[in-house]
Design a protein around this ligand. Structure first.
Ligand code: HEM
Ligand SMILES: [Cu+2]
Length: 531
């Protein structure tokens, strides 16, 4: 056995071990990353179908394709799938797993078995959540707010137990990444020589490990309360429903940074490579990731401005929330400064990076608006909020995710995708996104509430535009899917470094060998040495 393994060690990781079983039992971080990719892709298309159902219902006032009960469920599944099964695991578990060890000059993550276990725990959680579909369904929205989530007769327990389980997976991945960064860096790879993607994944991992347990406990309490009537959140039993909101957002605000920090890491890599320049303000970008991670623990109250918290608490949370704007702006300025006088090449990955900067800027600035208490009293729970968080999660995270996929695709599969359809997919996604979500800022400020299946007739025109936009986005993602499948089947062979990147993954073969490196590299300089 041993000599067979030795003989094949220089084979690329895709062919190192054959058959389904060798994939399902693999300890290779690269293969585990790809297994996440496939799963997340499936979830994303299911979540996307729910999105299209929502928007189609809202194409006209009154009931068009479903009734109010069904709408609430469709909206809940859309939100829960997209958050817990797509955007939280997306970049760290897929791109992170694939890249982190390679970027550090390591053969694998610190705990490969735990890494595979995390994948199965994630799938188990997803499975448990999905079984709730076979009950009467969940209609609470992805936030599971009490007291409604205690009263509604539906599969809340299953959905929540699934989210709890996926949370476990997220914690284990975070733990694995933290230890990997501290223990497995190649000789000479000091912390300040790590690629910015690694800094972002590291900051994210801290959040995953520290914040996710709070969600876990909260969801367990919710399950206990439903099963045994223990009286924690239910006021008729002496509990406090607002306590749930505090607990929930103590996790879920950091969770939005679990979604966006890795995206910022991807963007830093793309901007450096496609501007052919040493990244401007490396240290500032690296530490601003940590600063965002720390600050994100002290802002949760901005979700409770109108939930009856004290005025002082509101003012404090408002102030701290605005502080997050500082490290975020530091990143923005440094990216722009890197592009300035660089030889910028607008290949498909870079188009997504530029799209990210544009859309995330709008998402971020409208966040500052929402952090202003007086404005939030008006905008809370309106479509303004829906537009804001989609600009962050889709305009931000998903754009970076797509850019990252196109950028690292040649490394992963040893093949190129065609530039033209890749650019075309960007065009449809970018255009469709703005057509869908920009009108929602206007709808929200005019007072259209979110989470309703119906609206007043005067909101019809803007809603219709928004729905057409969602079909454009869907077209864009279908083109992207086709581009990727075509690349897999018929793509040109990729060289080791097709984009001229400078980080370690571009020094090894495409696709990499099973052990990543023939010889562990010795690092003598920073990650972006262009001249
Ligand atoms: C790409 C096309 C998408 C479209 C057209 C779309 C559309 C919508 C719509 C119409 C709603 C209902 C808003 C409301 O009534 O409150 C909604 C809710 C939501 N969406 Fe999306 N969405 C898309 C993608 C995503 C993605 C990628 C995410 C990932 C984070 C996401 C996360 C959410 C969340 C968390 C909610 C809130 C659900 C709730 O209130 O429980 N969406 N979306
Ligand atoms: Cu928040």
């Amino acid at each position: 056995m041993a000599h067979v393994a030795n003989a094949t060690h220089n084979e690329d990781y895709l062919h190192h071990g054959k058959g389904l079983w060798s994939w399902m039992t693999t300890l290779d971080h690269k293969r585990i990353g790809l297994m996440y990719f496939l799963s997340i892709l499936v979830f994303f298309f299911i979540g996307g179908i729910y999105a299209l159902l929502i928007r189609t219902e809202l194409i006209a006032p009154g009931s068009t394709i479903m009734g109010p009960d069904q709408y609430n469920k469709v909206m809940t599944y859309h939100g829960s799938i997209m958050v817990f099964m797509v955007i939280i695991p997306g970049i760290p578990a897929f791109l992170g797993n694939f890249l982190l060890p390679i970027m550090l000059g390591a053969k694998d993550v610190a705990f490969p078995r735990l890494n595979l276990a995390s994948y199965y725990v994630f799938m188990l959680g997803a499975f448990i959540s999905v079984t709730s579909l076979f009950t009467t369904g969940v209609d609470t929205g992805w936030t599971f707010y009490t007291p409604y989530s205690l009263q509604t007769k539906s599969g809340v327990i299953l959905m929540v137990a699934g989210a709890f389980t996926m949370g476990m997976s997220s914690i284990l991945t975070g733990l694995n990444f933290i230890v990997t960064v501290h223990r497995l860096r190649a000789p000479g790879m000091t912390m300040t020589r790590m690629p910015l993607m690694v800094w972002a994944l590291y900051s994210t991992a801290i959040l995953q490990v520290l914040a996710t347990p709070v969600l876990g406990i909260t969801l367990l309490l919710l399950i206990f309360e439903r099963l045994f009537g223990v009286g924690i959140f239910d006021s008729t039993l002496g509990g406090d429903p607002v306590l749930f909101q505090h607990f929930f957002w103590f996790y879920s605000h950091p969770a939005v940074y679990i979604m966006i920090l890795p995206a910022m890491g991807v963007i830093s890599e793309l901007i450096a490579t496609f501007s052919r320049k040493t990244i401007f303000g490396y240290t500032a970008i690296a530490y601003s990731s940590l600063a965002i991670a720390v600050l994100s623990f002290f802002v949760w109250g901005h979700h409770l401005f109108v939930s009856g918290q004290s005025e002082w608490a509101g003012i404090l949370f408002s102030f701290i929330t605005m502080l997050v704007g500082v490290p975020t702006a530091i990143k923005m300025f440094n990216w722009v400064a890197t592009m300035y006088r660089g030889s910028v090449k607008l290949d498909a990955p870079m188009l997504f990076a530029v799209g990210f900067m544009f859309l995330f800027l709008i998402g971020g600035l409208t966040g500052i608006m929402l952090a202003t208490i007086a404005l939030d009293v008006h905008l809370h729970d309106t479509y303004f909020v829906v537009a804001h968080f989609h600009y962050v999660m889709v305009g931000g995270t998903l754009m970076a995710f797509m850019g990252g996929i196109y950028y690292w695709f040649p490394k992963m599969f040893g093949k190129m995708v065609n530039e033209f359809p890749a650019k075309l997919s960007w065009f449809f996604i970018f255009l469709g996104f703005n057509v869908t979500f920009f009108p929602q800022f206007i709808l929200g400020s005019l007072g259209m509430p979110r989470r309703y299946f119906d609206y007043l007739p005067e909101f019809t025109a803007l809603n219709r535009i928004s729905t057409v936009g969602s079909y454009l986005i869907a077209t864009g993602f279908l083109i992207a899917l086709g581009t990727i499948i075509h690349g897999l089947i018929a793509g040109r062979k990729a060289t080791a470094n097709p984009w001229g990147g400078k980080t370690l993954e571009w020094t090894i073969a495409s696709p990499p060998i099973h052990d990543n490196f023939n010889k562990i590299p010795v690092i003598t300089a920073g990650p972006y040495e262009y001249r």
